[in-house]
Design a protein around this ligand. Structure first.
Ligand code: SAM
Length: 327
C-alpha cells in the first residue's frame, strides 16, 4: 500500500455554526416617529409677500415664493444680529422710524455678490478687440482725452479691476488718454471689499499667470492676493442703487457700461427702470455689455443688441422715439 493511498487528510475544522436567522419581526404596527422639528428658519406664508415687496421696493430684486427658504435664512441672520425674537419683530423694527438704516443691512444680506476676475472671458476678449481698441482710437481722433467705463453692479470689484488690468495689458495706459473706471453697487459690504482689493484664490483663479504676478502681491500667510496701487488708482467705487435716476445722473456720461449678472434678479418693471437710467448716461455711440444669460428683449425700444459686433456681445441705444411695436 502506497503512502498516498493510505493517507487520510486531517479532518477539516468544523464550520462555524451559521448565525441564527433573526427572528422575523412580528407584524405589529410600528408607531410613527415623532416629527423632528426643522432647524431651518422658515418665513410664515403671511410674512413672505411683505418681505418680498420691501426688498423689491428697496432694490428692484424680485424674490418669488420658491426663494422663501433663502430669504428666511438671510433675514434670520439679521434677526440674530439684532437680538430680536423673530421675523415679526424684525419687520416691525425695519418699518419703524428707528429701523430706517437697517434696510441697507437687509439688502447687503440678501444680495448675491458672486463674481470673479476675467469672468466670461470670450466676451471680454471680444470687448477688447471690437470695442475698447477701436473706440479709444476713435476718441483720440475726436480729441477726447478721457475714457470712462462704469461697472454698474461691481460687487467686490473683480469686474472693474479686470477691465483695468486689460487696459494696462493692452498698452493703453500713459498714451495720452486718461481712463476713469467707476464701480457702483447697492451692497456696502461688497464695496468695502472692492476698496480693500484683497482676494482669495477662487476669485483670482482665471487671471493669466503673468498678469497676476505683475499686478498683485501674494500673502502666503493668508493665501490672499492684493491688487497693486497703480490699478487701484484708476478705479473708484461708490454705493448706488441702479434704480435711482438722480444718483445715476450724478455719475456723468460713459463710453462703456458693464452691467453683467444683475438684471437676472429683476423683473421687467425694474429692468426697464435700470435700462433707462443707464441709457441716460451712455454716450450716443457708447455700448452696454450685459451678462451672457441676460436679455432686455422687453426693453428693445430703449436698448438693442448691436448686430455689427461678434455674437451681439454688446448693446447700443435704440434711436430716440423708437416704440416697442416698431422693433
Ligand atoms: C452677481 S453680482 C454681479 C457682479 C459682476 N457684475 C459680475 O458679473 O461678476 C450682482 C451684484 O448686483 C448688486 N445689485 C443688486 N441689486 C442692485 C441694485 N438695485 N443696484 C445696484 N446694485 C445691485 C448686488 O449687490 C451684487 O453685488
Amino acid at each position: 500500500m502506497s503512502f498516498l493511498s493510505s493517507y487520510k487528510p486531517p479532518a477539516a475544522p468544523a464550520a462555524p455554526a451559521a448565525p441564527a436567522a433573526p427572528a422575523t419581526p412580528a407584524a405589529t404596527s410600528v408607531p410613527p416617529r415623532p416629527a423632528v422639528p426643522s432647524t431651518r428658519p422658515q418665513l410664515p406664508d403671511s410674512l413672505f409677500p411683505r418681505y418680498a415687496k420691501m426688498i423689491y421696493d428697496l432694490s428692484g430684486m424680485k424674490f418669488d415664493q420658491n426663494k422663501s427658504y433663502f430669504l428666511a435664512s438671510k433675514i434670520d441672520n439679521r434677526v440674530k444680529a439684532l437680538g430680536l425674537k423673530g421675523f415679526d419683530d424684525y419687520l416691525a423694527y425695519i418699518e419703524s422710524p428707528s429701523g430706517r438704516s437697517e434696510s441697507a443691512f437687509l439688502i447687503d444680506e440678501v444680495s448675491i455678490n458672486e463674481t470673479f476676475f476675467y469672468r466670461h472671458e470670450p466676451q471680454l476678449q471680444a470687448f477688447l478687440q471690437e470695442i475698447l481698441l477701436p473706440l479709444t482710437f476713435a476718441r483720440k481722433t475726436q480729441r477726447q482725452t478721457k475714457f470712462r467705463i462704469w461697472s454698474a453692479a461691481a460687487s467686490t470689484g473683480d469686474e472693474l479691476y479686470t477691465l483695468a488690468l486689460m487696459i494696462k495689458d493692452a498698452g493703453l495706459l500713459n498714451q495720452g488718454m486718461t481712463f476713469e473706471l467707476v464701480g457702483t453697487d447697492i451692497s456696502h459690504e461688497a464695496l468695502k471689499k472692492a476698496r480693500e482689493g484683497v482676494y482669495k484664490k477662487y476669485n483670482i483663479r482665471n487671471i493669466p499667470p503673468a498678469v497676476l504676478t505683475h499686478n498683485f502681491k501674494h500673502d502666503p500667510a493668508t493665501e490672499t492676493w492684493r491688487i497693486n496701487d497703480d490699478m487701484r488708482a484708476i478705479c473708484r467705487f461708490q454705493e448706488m442703487n441702479l434704480m435711482d435716476p438722480s444718483r445715476t445722473q450724478a455719475l456723468g456720461v460713459f463710453d462703456v457700461i458693464f452691467c453683467r449678472n444683475v438684471l437676472i434678479y429683476f423683473d421687467d418693471g425694474s429692468k426697464e427702470q435700470v435700462v433707462k437710467n443707464m441709457c441716460s448716461v451712455l454716450k450716443d455711440d457708447g455700448v452696454i455689455l450685459l451678462g451672457h444669460s441676460e436679455n432686455v428683449y422687453s426693453q428693445r425700444h430703449i436698448l438693442r443688441p448691436d448686430k455689427t459686433r461678434t455674437a451681439s456681445i454688446a448693446h447700443i441705444k435704440a434711436p430716440p422715439g423708437t416704440l416697442k411695436h416698431d422693433v
